[in-house]
Design a protein around this ligand. Structure first.
Ligand code: SAJ
Length: 432
């Protein structure tokens, strides 16, 4: 890895991926400009603080801002490398929306010059990097774009998906392998030279389309495998088997590695990205589509079971343990735990108590329901019904003596020693 002090880098989008990426590049000494459309984000970063939670990110950002290698702005400036890390959401019909990517590319086009490299990191439908290329060609007819004519291009354009795990972003940004897809092999080599300067993992080059597909395949793989675990957990409930024990034992086979069932799949990636593949080729993706529906249906299934358990304790308080989309983080986006807890609050009103060590106040989803936030000690002392929705370490640490008498719906397999006293499973209902 060589120092980047000679390099100017602009990162567009200072969110969960863009800000850590900008900070890691700034740490190498490169001059990094983070560009965001939200004034409060720009202000926060320029004051050396952060607007998202991620392990060790606060110290890193305050350090690079103090050393003047990272600064944020609402306005783009000329640079050598442009990294686009903006959201790619989908609409109500699961159609991907690449509007933010195209807007970022339009912004980059205003300052692009010969020799620059543009890299797209946002999870994107296959073909998006080529769309970005065509847009730049249209906006900047003075520049030769790659892959459109046989002539040498003036700029390089590549797709390099982020694949970091929330909670481990700073480690994985450096250590994970990177797939670098160029519009042309020359573009891939140019982007490769950039990543080699701060990535320790292997950097593998390919085409932009293959790299786009790689990212979607990774998250769809995970979604399909979690759906398999979720489906197994339903069979196990019906047959009176402990799902987690069954899976643990099956995983002793040398070629079996089943994931963990849960209340559904959350976060902003795994519950979203498989739809990009389904949308690209609906006729050939029945498995990926069904896995999405199975994981989404698990939420309603958990709600039905929790209501049945609550009904067996008329009037008693019901504690929901956890709102985050997974353990030990404060991210509630697309969280199945939050969806279950909010649905229960809607149905059971002020009987519902929420325990979430990562929340200072209850999210808006609970407004007007009568549900309130309590701590784990109060839940154990006052709630005969406990619904475990997130496997936070703080919950795992509760010993059996303190929960033995509670009726527990454990959607995460957190407390294997808990006596079972659950109503029979209800059938899973898939959306169409
Ligand atoms: N989950 C289960 N059972 C499991 C594993 C996960 O129910 O066995 C649930 C979690 O509770 C959570 C959801 O799935 O609700 C997703 O959690 P996760 O930890 O599997 O993944 P994310 O969304 O935090 O990050 C994923 C990662 N992708 C893969 O592991 C293939 C990460 O590397 C990507 O960079 C990230 O998506 C992204 O940005 O796309």
């Amino acid at each position: 890895m060589s120092p980047l002090a000679d390099l100017k880098v602009a990162v567009l989008g200072l969110g969960y991926i863009g800000l850590p990426t900008a900070a890691v590049i700034a740490r190498t000494g490169a001059q990094v400009l983070g560009v965001d459309v939200t004034p409060s984000v720009v202000e926060t970063v320029n004051s050396g603080r952060i607007h998202i939670e991620e392990v060790d990110l606060d110290g890193l950002v305050s350090g690079v801002v103090a050393r003047d290698t990272l600064r944020a702005s609402l306005t783009i400036e000329p640079a050598d490398v442009f990294v686009i890390a903006v959201p790619t959401p989908f609409d109500d019909e699961h159609r991907p929306n690449i509007g933010y990517v195209l807007k970022a590319a339009t912004t980059v086009a205003t300052v692009l010059k010969r020799g620059d490299t543009v890299i797209l990191e946002s999870t994107s439908p296959i073909g998006t990097t080529e769309e970005v290329r065509d847009l730049i060609a249209q906006l900047r007819p003075d520049l030769q774009v790659p892959g459109r004519t046989g002539e040498a291009a003036d700029i390089a354009l590549a797709y390099c998906p982020e694949r970091v795990l929330p909670g481990r972003i700073l480690v994985e940004l450096i250590d994970n392998d990177r797939v670098i897809g160029g519009i042309t092999p020359r573009c891939a080599r140019k982007a490769l030279a950039f990543y080699r300067r701060f990535v320790r993992g292997a950097c593998v080059t390919t085409t932009a389309r293959a790299a786009e597909m790689t990212k979607l395949a990774e998250n769809a793989y995970r979604d399909v495998n979690i759906a398999f675990a979720n489906e197994l957990s339903l069979v196990a409930d019906t047959m009176g088997v402990d799902a987690w024990e069954g899976i643990r034992l099956a995983n002793r086979h040398p070629r079996v590695n089943i994931l963990n069932p849960g209340p559904g799949v959350g976060g902003h990636c795994i519950a979203v990205d498989p739809w990009f593949l389904v949308h690209a080729d609906p006729a050939n993706t029945p498995l990926i589509r069904t896995a999405r529906l199975v994981n989404d249906a698990k939420v309603e299934h958990v709600v039905a079971r929790a209501v049945a358990l609550a009904d067996a304790h008329p009037g008693a308080p019901v504690a929901c343990l956890g709102l985050a989309f997974k353990a030990n983080i404060d991210d509630f986006r697309e969280s199945p735990a939050l969806k279950v807890a909010a649905a229960l609050a809607g149905r059971l009103g002020e009987r519902v108590r929420i325990v979430e060590p990562y929340a200072a106040v209850l999210p808006d989803a609970f407004a007007g329901t009568g549900a309130r936030l309590i701590d784990v000690d109060e839940a154990l002392a006052t709630c005969p019904v406990l619904v475990v929705l997130v496997d936070h370490d703080a919950f795992a640490a509760v010993p059996l003596e303190e929960r033995r008498r509670a009726s527990v719906l454990d959607t995460r397999g957190l407390w294997p020693d808990q006596p079972k006293m659950l109503p029979a499973a209800t059938p899973l209902r898939l959306a169409s």
